[in-house]
Design a protein around this ligand. Structure first.
Ligand SMILES: Cc1ncc(C[n+]2csc(CCOP(=O)(O)OP(=O)(O)O)c2C)c(N)n1
Length: 622
């Protein structure tokens, strides 16, 4: 059946009775494709029927369907003519793993970060009304995404606006890990409390036996029915905010979903439809461990085992080191914004649960919460992906740095992350953090140096950011003590004529580039900077004074990065050397595997060597 569906129009031609079978075909297709490419498996398996119902009832792209985060859009992509591209999902030059406006007219709003859909929906609905147009605006948001501050700000405004906006709450009780917070408890109560559901059923039955007598009386009775329902049925929280609440509805019963969505088309004002789904539905391993299959690496379908599983990532190194430190140091506390697994803090959570805090998808709150803990003498470590720290920029400045509070930001997934693409690349943090007074920024060249930096940060009494990449870490020793003082870089290769100043994971690439250059008779210095802020000025000036060309290498955008910092330093100190800055250009970096991206942007070892050689030849006029 799937073969026949190349647009929402094709879907609408099917009989409703056929949709459960189509759902099964879609699930098989997704498991098969994602097992090869990797991707957001569990969320997509959970949203099959809901997506079919939405495209069956509404008329995309005239009606606007907006997906929060966008990670659950695979079924939507399949229905909207992109099924044949799934072999390239998240690959270099392939299909994006998120909604993307340039990819399809059905992707009304691009996403990747959480909790934006409701604000976007209200903006679109407001524009619709200003223009006097008529169509439906539907936002689909998960219970995890609903923990984000923006979503709550938007609910507050949608309710007041009285606009026709349909919010579909996809409730599976999971964020990536189990969902947290009191709103989550409230939703669970709605979903499971038998008295709520019994009362609702009884009232429905009771109201349905009131006979409709005459047209106007019928309308009147419907109104009374609605008001009685609202007094006793669940969802009062949303009702008080100004929404009409419908639910909870079985999100795997496609007929029921279609019926409710058809009804919703005729209703006025803000509407919240509470749909209950199971994350990972239909694939046993994903149902059992939806967190592991949230963003899955390629895996074996039969065993559910991930390819390349086993070795520790940088996140594990960080999480294990911090847990080890905290066992002996009761002032250390750890915070995550809904990423206990991804950040490696799960190791901490297991050992020291009472000093571990998962605050939900709430990076702003997490930052200021950490500031509060620091005020009272605790040493908070907020582990957060570089891209999501962007959310908390004002909190970093206003609540942490102005007050010079000793919060440590463990900036995970710094640099390019690969398959998640432009919304997730961590290529801005050096630039946006470097501009802030009072904060120190460091980046380890390998796993051992990460262990040392985490330990070094413990006794620094000001804000610190430690940035490290996504990926496997290699061998390391958790018992290492800091072997370098604060603010000091190291010369890894002594050389002449050219100095390469590299940061973080670009250090090993620069060493490899130096080896290639040796084949051309050039022996550059290679320096591991370690610190972006403060720069090791003494070392940088000393080495720069010895050479004709200064090269900087970083996995951040060039604008405002560590290369800019060195250029500024040399200029201020009147050390006038040409500076070749290597990093990412002034554009958003697309998705793809990390190695292909490094190559495309001239940041693999060979390209680094080639660029240096070319510049050096130009300088010498040869
Ligand atoms: C601002 C931000 N922080 C963190 C994330 C990482 N993240 C992606 S999906 C997700 C969980 C979303 O849960 P939910 O909305 O319930 O959707 P589900 O996958 O359960 O269907 C998280 C934490 C993100 N995308 N954006």
């Amino acid at each position: 059946m799937l073969e026949q569906i190349n647009s929402p129009y094709d879907l609408k031609k099917l009989d409703i009775k056929d949709l459960p079978r189509l759902s099964e075909e879609i699930r098989q297709f997704i498991v098969e494709k994602v097992s090869k490419t990797g991707g957001h498996l569990a969320s997509n398996l959970g949203i099959v029927e809901l997506t079919l119902a939405l495209h069956y009832v509404f008329n995309s792209p005239v009606d606007k369907i907006i997906w929060d985060v966008g990670h659950q859009c695979y079924v939507h992509k399949m229905i909207t003519g992109r099924r044949d591209k799934f072999d390239t999902l998240r690959q270099f030059n392939g299909l994006s793993g998120y909604t993307k406006r340039t990819e399809s007219i059905h992707d009304i709003f691009g996403a990747g970060h959480s909790s934006t859909s409701l604000s976007a929906a209200l903006g679109i609905a407001t524009a619709r009304d200003l223009k006097g147009e008529k169509y439906h605006v539907i936002a689909v948001i998960g219970d995890g995404a609903l923990t984000g501050g923006m979503a709550l700000e938007a609910l507050n405004n949608i309710g007041r606006s009285r606009k026709d906006v349909i919010v579909i709450l996809n409730h599976n009780e999971m964020s990536i890990s189990e969902n947290v917070g009191s709103l989550s408890l409230y939703l669970s109560k709605l979903r499971t409390d038998p008295t709520y559901n019994k009362v609702k059923q009884e009232i429905d039955n009771l109201l349905n036996i009131i006979p409709p007598i005459g047209k106007s009386l019928h309308k009147y009775i419907e109104k009374i029915k609605d008001s009685i329902k609202q007094l006793v049925v669940p969802g009062m929280f949303f009702e008080e905010l100004g929404f009409t609440y419908l639910g909870p509805i079985d999100g795997h019963n496609v007929e029921e979903l279609i019926e409710v969505l058809e009804r919703s088309k005729k209703m006025k004002g803000p509407l919240l439809i509470h749909v209950v789904t199971k994350k990972g539905k239909g694939y046993m391993f994903a149902e059992k461990r939806p967190d592991k299959f949230h963003s899955a690496a390629p895996f074996d379908i039969e065993t559910g085992k991930f390819v390349g599983e086993g070795k520790d990532s940088y996140s594990d190194v960080f999480g294990k080191t911090l847990a080890e430190m905290a066992l002996k140091d009761e002032k250390i506390v750890a915070i995550t914004a809904a990423m206990p697994e991804g950040t490696g803090l799960i190791h901490f959570a297991k050992l020291i649960p009472d000093r571990f805090f998962d605050v939900g998808i709430a990076e702003q709150h997490a930052t200021t919460f950490a500031a509060g803990l620091a005020v009272e003498g605790y040493k908070p470590y907020f582990a957060v992906y570089s891209t999501f720290l962007q959310r908390a920029y004002d909190q970093v400045i206003h609540d942490v740095c102005i007050q010079k509070l000793p919060v440590v930001f463990a900036v995970d997934r710094a640099g390019i992350v690969g398959e998640d693409g432009e919304t997730h690349q961590g290529v801005f943090d050096i630039s946006f953090l470097r501009a802030i007074p009072n904060i120190a920024i460091m980046s380890p060249k390998d796993a051992n140096e990460l262990v040392e930096m985490v330990k070094l940060s413990r006794n620094l009494d000001f804000p610190v950011a430690i940035r490290y990449p996504r990926g496997k870490a290699g061998e390391y020793d958790i018992s290492r003590k800091p072997s370098f003082p604060f603010g000091k870089g190291e010369v890894l290769l002594e050389g002449e004529k050219i100095a390469v100043f590299a940061l973080g994971r670009m250090v090993s690439k620069s060493i490899d580039a130096a080896e290639i250059l040796k084949g051309h008779g050039i022996n550059p210095f290679v320096v591991n900077l370690r610190f972006v802020k403060p720069l090791d000025e003494e070392l940088i000036l000393e080495i720069s004074n010895k050479v004709d060309l200064v090269v900087t290498v970083e996995d951040n955008v060039i604008a405002g990065g560590v290369g800019s910092a060195i250029l500024e330093l040399l200029n201020d100190k009147k050390v006038y050397r040409p500076v070749l800055r290597l990093g990412f250009p002034d554009k958003f970096i697309e998705h793809g595997d990390v190695e292909s991206l490094f190559k495309k942007y001239g940041l693999d070892s060979q390209s680094i060597a080639d660029t240096i050689l070319q510049r050096y030849k130009e300088m010498r006029g040869s």
